[in-house]
Design a protein around this ligand. Sequence first.
Ligand code: ADE
Ligand code: ZN
Length: 332
Amino acid sequence: MKDFIAGLPKCELHLHIEGTLEPELKFELAARNGLELPYATVEEMRAAYTFDSLSSFLTIYYEGMRVLRTEPDFYDLAMAYLRRAAEQNVRYAEIFFDPQAHTSRGVPFDVVIRGLRRALLDAHAQLGVRAQLIMCFLRDFQAEYAMATLLESLPYKEWIVGVGLDSDEKGNPPAKFAAVYERARQEGYLLTMHCDVDQDDAIEHIRQAVEEIGVDRIDHGVNILEDQRLVEVVLARGTGLTCCPVSNGYVTDSMKAEGIRKLMDLGVRVTVNSDDPAYFAAYVQENIEALHDALQLSREELARLQRNAFEITWLPRHVKDAYLTEIDAYLS
Ligand code: ADE
Ligand code: ZN
């Protein structure tokens, strides 16, 4: 099964590019930018990755990305991820980036997006892996800052397929960003947002995301199983859920494998993704393997997870169909 999973054409839809910053690259960028790190070695740094909740993870995540300063830094970050993705037979990725995590510490928006965009173009040409960018707003900052970031992104609209919402969900419901999302929709961006696992008011947040904001996808969202009516709404709309089993195991009490199984059985378009692989020590392949170890999925079920993913991508129909044909060919 490990070989079967390795060869399966894959799609990654929940991946924070800043969460792919491996300790080795952190040291390299720190040296390049003349910065001191609070760890002497890669091993010491990894040993400090001791989070057990979303907020304890986020503290280490934001601290780590301070080494990202220049356009080549963002290029190298994205290129390193895309190389690993290509090795795991990821055919297509929609990649989150957090511009406010950089602009808030003085790194200009255009430095971030130009570096990422250049890597996406080179990776497509050199590695055959295709990717698009999703710009996330940080929900623990004010809505006005998100709106300013949205306006700042408009000259680069052709390089950004949609918007997302991430960071600390506690006390930061989707409705806080209703006006930002409305404007993003008017500007032609597609819409997703995090409804992280086992958060306070999880169901109310999912309800707002689906019914008030009208998102196309939900990132995580497994708590939807607690509300039959909302499950029916996402089934009727074909809304996708981008789940991240290994990440769930770090920030909650479990991978939520049974929940993912239930969503599959109900026919919800659920997918398996890696979230922040450099911190959770699992890229998409290891996430699929972990879910398979828990659920003993059949080949057809493993392929269905990838079909779900390509189906809910923000790609034109004929491009989706070409990837779906690759999966059919692989299965047969
Ligand atoms: N930022 C990076 N990873 C995140 C996650 N899993 N939830 C919320 N914000 C994030
Ligand atoms: Zn995430």
